[in-house]
Design a protein around this ligand. Structure first.
Ligand code: 5GP
Length: 119
């Protein structure tokens, strides 16, 4: 999937759309999902222009990849879900119903999440 710089998360990164920021460093921005599916529902996005996990891992340099993973861990600690448990999800492409074509990781937690559901 080629990267579309007009996507909503690119606009949030450029400050053109507001989001409730949870964490930021040189590699990542984390903010609350606008339509939360759990008491904790944070989206973590890399600052570079990547559309999916696969694009990110194959296109980003090692510092970005490591920095992004560490940023996710920081957000897990900021939100407190390391104590009670959490789920990380990254949707990619049509079958996963990826809505926003900028690579992102959902952090879900804050209550029992139930089993992973696949239809
Ligand atoms: P996807 O289906 O692409 O994995 O998930 C995209 C997520 O982005 C959805 O959970 C949706 O609620 C969230 N989202 C869409 N537009 C906005 C927005 O403008 N602001 C924020 N904070 N979240 C958004």
């Amino acid at each position: 999937m080629s990267y579309d710089s007009n996507n909503i998360f690119a606009k949030i990164l450029r400050g053109e759309i507001q989001a409730k920021k949870v964490y930021e460093d040189e590699f990542a921005l984390a903010f609350n999902d606008i339509s939360p599916k759990a008491p904790v529902h944070v989206l973590v996005i890399p600052k570079g222009p990547y559309s999916t996990y696969d694009d990110f891992v194959n296109s980003a340099d090692e510092a970005e990849i490591v920095g992004f993973q560490r940023a996710i861990s920081k957000v897990l600690n900021v939100t407190g879900v390391t104590q009670t448990g959490y789920r990380l999800i990254s949707n990619a492409g049509m079958d996963a119903h990826q809505e926003v074509p900028h690579y992102h990781v959902h952090i879900l937690g804050g209550h029992p999440l139930g089993p992973l559901v696949c239809k």
